[in-house]
Design a protein around this ligand. Structure first.
Ligand code: MEV
Length: 446
């Protein structure tokens, strides 16, 4: 017999308790599931309510570790950088790199530009030449009629930078766009940009309808939306030093040899998109963790970074290395649109603390901090990959997680860690050792 498919109506309108009751019925051990979901609710009902309002259909909270990296020297200022991420080796690598570069001048960041982009996509069937001719008049009107939305942003030093008409008819019949650029100062600006774009579309429709040269069916707005590809909202960050200061970065390895191997490591990523993807993932380990901790949109940041990495038509690494017989310079140029006001930044208590911890940076400063953390992580990853290999450090972290997962009691952990110093780590191997040594899991852990 085929199972009856039932539509759940009005789920979002139900109370949290009703949602929990419905959802936990789908889980094998309903009572246990209910208990676990509830155990992650915040004890303060007001805070719980606030967290629930960040999303829809919320039934519980999903915790991630909030870590910090101290000693982060950037543009001669010392930061303690908050990182929200579930991969412990990422924080360890960032902390190690930060400490290493602290005594070598630290990271230097420079914001290249902060321009954001939005587009009104439309189909055009009327005379294109007339549109081109009349565009200056239309543009003036678009800007004027959006003033109600832009007024406050203009007061803060931002607003609409420009509106261009772009012809994409060679890609899709009739396809054109209003290509609009914005300065959103300290906000990420998504709502501001999208509101401006929708107002532009409204003005455009009215303007088009009032021109006697055009026909009622001559223009059709398809959509209005910002672009997450912001190549001109970009920061450059670098570290540099003389080769002698890299001596013994790996015990016994001369700095020049390290620099040679490091350069090769980056060149592999330049030669091969498979490696470039992992290389860039390592950069986003750091960037995303800061983006999350500061309440920004990591999906937007990732989408932009990867599109930028493929701007030449070939997916490439986002970092570059320059070395000669004396010098080592490692650089990252990253388009990254971040905000320090609006959205979660004013709402989430931990996000607010992150901004406080960083000394309330401007959006430009935060771009530098996020990119520098990405560079720190990439430096740490490539350094390990071309020297000791990555597994040594990773497996140590992995082992600690396994010990937790299998409930190895605190007083036996050191022995187990010592045992695995020169052995392959796996859940199976730890379980076997526990059996052999008759280590019983700590109570409360299965
Ligand atoms: C793991 O999260 C990140 C690395 O794979 C990055 C890299 O390979 O460069 C270690």
């Amino acid at each position: 017999m085929t199972e009856q498919i039932q539509l759940i109506n009005g789920f979002s309108k139900k109370s949290r308790e009703e949602k929990l009751a419905l959802v936990t019925q789908l889980i094998t051990d309903t009572d246990k599931a209910l208990e676990i979901y509830k155990s992650f609710h915040h004890p303060d009902p007001k805070t719980q309510e606030m967290i629930e309002e960040f999303s829809e259909n919320t039934i519980s909270n999903f915790h991630l570790p909030y870590s910090v990296v101290p000693n982060f020297l950037l543009n001669n200022k010392i930061y303690t950088v908050p990182m929200v991420i579930e991969e412990s080796s990422v924080v360890a690598a960032a902390a190690q790199s930060a400490k290493f570069w602290f005594s070598r001048g630290g990271f230097k960041a420079e914001v290249i530009d902060t321009e954001k982009i939005g587009q009104v996509h439309f189909l055009w069937h009327d005379d294109k030449n007339i549109l081109l001719q009349k565009f200056p008049e239309l543009k003036e009107r678009l800007i004027k009629e959006a003033f109600e939305i832009t007024e406050n942003m203009v007061r803060r030093g931002g607003g609409i930078l420009d509106i261009e008409l772009k012809d994409l008819t060679d890609r899709e019949p009739g396809l054109m766009q209003l290509y609009c650029t914005f300065e959103t100062v300290d906000s990420m600006g998504a709502n501001f940009i999208n509101s401006c774009l929708e107002r532009f579309a409204e003005t455009f429709r009215h303007w088009h309808a009032a021109q006697k040269e055009f026909t009622p069916e001559g223009m059709e707005v398809i959509m209005c939306i910002l672009s997450n590809l912001t190549p001109n909202c970009r920061v450059k960050v670098q570290v540099e030093t003389t080769l002698d200061t890299l001596d013994d970065i790996i015990p016994g390895m001369p700095g020049a040899e390290f620099a040679r191997r490091f350069r090769l490591g980056v060149h592999v990523a330049e030669a091969d998109p498979y490696r470039a993807t992992t290389h860039n993932k390592g950069i986003f380990n750091g960037v995303d963790a800061v983006v999350l901790a500061t309440g920004n949109d990591f999906r937007a940041v990732e989408a932009c970074g990867h599109a930028y990495a493929a701007r030449s038509g070939k997916y490439a690494p986002l970092t570059r290395v320059e070395t000669d017989e004396y010098y080592f310079r490692f650089m990252l140029e990253l388009p990254v649109a971040l905000g320090v006001v609006g959205g979660l930044t004013n709402l989430h208590p931990l996000v607010k603390l992150s901004h406080d911890l960083l000394g309330h940076p401007s959006a430009r400063e935060l771009m530098g901090i996020a990119a520098a953390t990405g560079l720190a992580n990439n430096f740490g990853a490539v350094k390990s990959l071309v020297t000791t290999g990555i597994q040594k450090g990773h497996m140590k972290m992995h082992l600690l997680n396994i010990l937790k997962q299998l409930g190895v009691p605190e007083d036996r952990k050191n022995e187990v860690v010592h045992y695995f110093k020169d052995k392959i780590v796996s859940v199976y191997a730890v379980r076997q050792l526990m059996e052999r040594w008759e280590v019983k899991p700590a109570t409360g852990i299965k």
